[in-house]
Design a protein around this ligand. Structure first.
Ligand code: FMN
Length: 127
């Protein structure tokens, strides 16, 4: 199981690294990479950014067949727009948002997220 992520100011990168899962950072200039194992997409929230690049990635070759769902990082002050990118992408691809956190996530968030991954039984995890 792989975490495929984007990060503009480092929060998502920091969260992903602390989870200990294998990961790949998407390069917005070239999101056309092929993934041949189940993956979650972890995205920050910036309206009008990110989604087009993630869509290019997911629609590339057979990637969509390995898409499990989405994880969002955001700021709760945005209220109903909290983690809006993850929500929009989940809606587009009809896949779940399996976890949301603020900024780079607390230690509790990391533990909750790992439990969530374990509970959905993604093959190839380290657990
Ligand atoms: C210009 C700007 C717009 C943002 N818009 C949203 C938003 O609509 N919803 C939200 O939940 N968080 C929003 N955020 C918060 C970021 O998504 C959040 O800080 C995230 O952790 C950044 O991740 P990154 O450091 O990996 O880029 C915004 C932050 C900035 C600077």
């Amino acid at each position: 199981m792989l975490l495929v992520y984007m990060s503009f100011t480092g929060n998502v990168r920091n969260f992903v690294e602390r989870t200990g899962f294998s990961s790949i950072e998407l390069n917005p200039a070239n999101p056309f990479i092929e993934i041949n194992e189940p993956f979650l997409v972890v995205v920050p929230s910036y309206v009008g950014y990110i989604n087009d690049d993630v869509i290019d990635f997911i629609d590339y070759k057979q990637n969509r067949n390995n898409l499990i769902g989405f994880v969002g990082s955001g700021n709760r002050n945005f209220d109903e727009m909290f983690c809006i990118n993850a929500k929009e992408l989940a809606n587009k691809y009809q896949k779940p948002v399996i976890f949301k956190f603020e900024y780079n996530g607390t230690e509790q968030d990391i533990e909750k997220f790992k439990k969530e991954v374990k509970s959905i039984g993604i093959s190839g995890t380290k657990y």
